[in-house]
Structure formats: structure tokens, C-alpha cells
Write a protein that binds this ligand. Structure first.
Ligand SMILES: *Cc1c(COP(=O)(O)O)cnc(C)c1O
Length: 389
């Protein structure tokens, strides 16, 4: 299928076909794993578009085309991990520049901005972006990048991408959205005005908890050129096997996300109705603050649910966290299997307690990545674990 045909088609079709053609030499329908570091040239400089594996690789190119197709972007650029993708964007800033980011975000992004970029003179601040006026107040003349995560991690707050992109662009600030939680199946930030979409493909895009990867998608030729230069110069590239696995994952993205969403909705409603639970954080609940914005901005509410027990002691949370049989206690998210995580000691431990508390992240909060197992088994598992609280 031709690229311009595919881009007119639905998400499920793009997930399966974008970026991929039958292999030109053998007709292989699945993109081969091009396990090679270098490529033969007919004469110096006369090659078929590939010179050396750090610069590009056909398996990686197929994945890049696929991700760009899913996000509705001109360019897709793959990295060895989500944080490598974030790092590449941040490296385009200069000493004296300032990043304004969501205060409820992936812990590794906070660590990268504060502990790695800070000493190079790139400052960062973190605000609650679900409130546009707070973002406006926190902008500085030096702000060059707005870093949005929505839904946020782990409180799943919903942030108005369109409103923030308009605000940022009126001041010449670039906008990056970490779309890892929603995926392009549920939310396409570029169509809402973002300049850059970032992914940890390790999560829902790969979808099977068997590969680490990252990507940036953009419509800006200028950003794409800068990022490709960084890929070449700093070398955080994914291997061909990793690209193959991720590409296999993205083919089923739409159907997996439908099931993640329906299971998460059932889990959130079950928890909300249970007296042993004090508070449930899920954009699909009509009682949740970001619900109507999520309805406008997203095509589904995602697979991430957080909650607080009525007994909000650490001891009670620990008993629940160690009592499930279907949910596995582990970091990460977005795989077909259900995971349970304790942000304060696991994924968000790199954020100082004072800042976590200021952002509304309770020490006893439990975060769920709801998988695609049978709904009744997930509810029964949670019911039994809650009885241990
Ligand atoms: C996991 C994650 C990252 C970092 O990605 P890695 O692939 O682990 O480097 C960034 N953002 C979000 C929202 C994540 O969940």
C-alpha cells in the first residue's frame, strides 16, 4: 500500500500497515530484522540509503514510519529508551534556558531534568498543568520548552493540550507531550497543537513488557533534523530486534487499548463502589475532575487507575500490594498483564517526598496498570486483596 493511501485510513489499518512494505528483495510480508552494522556501497557514496547502523537501519525505519503514521506526524525518530528520547529533546536547549513541566510526571523525567540537565545550566520547574492559569504564572522569559504529560503519572490528571499549546506558542515556546499513557489510539497531541510527541515505546506501544524503547514524532522539519543529528552524534539507538518486537506490538495497539480501557473502567467502578477504598483516580469516572476534558480530548480513558484505601496507612497499602495473584507487583505499565505499583517507593522514589506531597501524591497511593486479562478475574483478585487491608 502507498504511504499517502495509508495515511487516509483508520487507526487500525495504520497500526498494521504504516511504514511497512513487503521486503523489496524477497517479498517477506513481515519486515525482516536487519541484523547488520554496515551496508555495501557500489562506489564511494553510492549506496541504497543506508550506510552505517547507528545512522539508520531498515527495521528501525519501518518502525519510525509506523509510529509517525499512528501519530499523524511527518517524522518518527526512534531511540533506545523513552528517557533517551526525552534527553535528545532536552539537549536541543542551551544553558540559561528553562523547562516548565507537569508536576505529576514520570519520575525519570524529573530526575533527568533536575539532576542531569540542571548542572548544565538548564533549569526546570514543575507545576500542576491541569490548571492553565498556573502554567501561565510559572512561565519565565527563559522558558523554551513546555513538557506536558497527560494523563499524568500516577494521578491521571487530564491536561488541556490545545489550550496549553496556544499559550506556549503565543510566547514562542515549544510544546512536547509525553503520550506514553494515552498512546495514539486514544490521543493525538500533534492534531491538538503539540510540536513534539514523546513515547516510551516500552509501555503500550510495545505492549508485551519484553523490550525497552523510545520515540519522538513531529511535523517540524527543523526539530526532526536536530533530533536526527543527535541520534547520529550521541548514539542512543534501538537495535533491529528491539524495533521488530515493537513493530509487532504496534500492530495490535488498537484492539489492546480497547480491552485495557474496558477492563480499567470496570476496575475503577468496582473500586469506587467499595467502602474499603477512599478515592479512585480514573478519567473514565464521571465523578473524576478531568472527566469531561478527557471525553473531549481522548478517544478512551486508558488503562491506568490509581486509588487510596480508606485505611490510608502504609501498612494497609503494603498488605494489599503483596496479596494479589493476577496483578503482579512491579514497576512499568502498558503490557498485556496487569501490574500493581507503589509510586512512593518504586516509580516515583526519585522525586523528593516534599515535592511528591506538594503534587498531591499520597505515600499510600496504589497505581494499577490494568491488563487485558478476563475482567471478572481482575475484580475477584482485587476484592480478595482488599480484604487483606
Ligand atoms: C516509562 C516512561 C518513560 C521512560 O521510558 P523508558 O522507556 O523506561 O526509558 C517516560 N515517560 C513515561 C510516561 C513513562 O511511563
Amino acid at each position: 500500500m502507498r504511504t499517502d493511501d495509508i495515511n487516509q485510513m483508520g487507526l487500525g489499518t495504520r497500526a498494521v500497515h504504516a511504514g511497512q512494505q513487503p521486503d523489496p528483495t524477497t517479498g517477506a510480508v513481515m519486515t525482516p530484522i536487519y541484523q547488520t552494522s554496515t551496508y555495501a556501497q557500489a562506489a564511494p557514496g553510492n549506496h541504497q540509503g543506508y550506510e552505517y547502523g547507528r545512522l539508520s537501519n531498515p527495521t528501525r525505519s519501518a518502525l519510525e514510519g509506523n509510529l509517525a503514521g499512528l501519530e499523524g506526524a511527518e517524522h518518527g525518530i526512534c531511540f533506545s529508551s523513552g528517557v533517551a528520547a526525552t534527553d535528545a529533546i532536552a539537549r536541543c536547549l542551551r544553558p540559561g534556558d528553562h523547562i516548565l513541566a507537569s508536576n505529576d510526571l514520570y519520575g525519570g523525567t524529573y530526575r533527568l531534568f533536575r539532576q542531569v540537565l540542571g548542572p548544565f545550566g538548564v533549569d526546570s520547574d514543575f507545576v500542576d498543568m491541569s490548571d492553565v492559569s498556573r502554567v501561565e504564572q510559572a512561565l519565565k522569559p527563559e522558558t523554551k520548552l513546555l513538557w506536558i504529560e497527560t494523563p499524568t503519572n500516577p494521578l491521571v490528571r487530564v491536561v488541556d493540550i490545545r489550550a496549553l499549546a496556544e499559550l506556549a506558542h503565543s510566547k514562542g515556546i515549544s510544546v512536547a507531550v509525553d503520550n506514553t499513557f494515552a498512546t495514539p489510539a486514544l490521543q493525538r497531541p500533534i492534531t491538538l497543537g503539540a510540536d513534539l510527541v514523546v513515547h516510551s515505546t516500552t509501555k503500550y506501544l510495545g505492549g508485551h513488557s519484553d523490550v525497552i524503547g523510545g520515540a519522538v514524532c513531529t511535523n517540524s522539519d527543523e526539530w526532526a533534523e536536530k533530533l536526527r543529528f543527535l541520534v547520529k552524534s550521541t548514539g542512543a539507538v534501538p537495535g533491529p530486534m528491539d524495533c521488530f518486537l515493537t513493530l509487532r506490538g504496534t500492530k495490535t495497539l488498537e484492539v489492546r487499548m480497547q480491552r485495557h480501557c474496558s477492563n480499567a473502567q470496570a476496575v475503577a467502578e468496582f473500586l469506587e463502589a467499595d467502602p474499603r477504598v477512599a478515592r479512585v483516580y480514573y478519567p473514565g469516572l464521571p465523578s473524576f475532575e478531568g472527566h469531561s476534558l478527557a471525553q473531549r480530548q481522548m478517544d478512551g480513558f486508558g488503562g491506568m487507575v490509581s486509588f487510596l484505601l480508606s485505611d490510608d496507612s502504609m501498612e494497609a497499602a503494603y498488605r494489599v500490594l503483596s496479596s494479589t495473584r493476577v496483578f503482579t507487583l512491579a514497576e512499568s505499565l502498558g503490557g498485556v498483564e496487569s501490574l500493581m505499583n507503589h509510586p512512593a517507593t518504586m516509580t516515583h522514589a526519585s522525586i523528593p517526598a516534599k515535592e511528591r506531597h506538594a503534587a498531591g501524591l499520597h505515600d499510600a497511593l496504589i497505581r494499577l496498570s490494568v491488563g487485558i486479562e478476563t475482567e471478572a478475574d481482575l475484580l475477584r483478585d482485587l476484592d480478595r486483596a482488599l480484604s487483606k487491608a
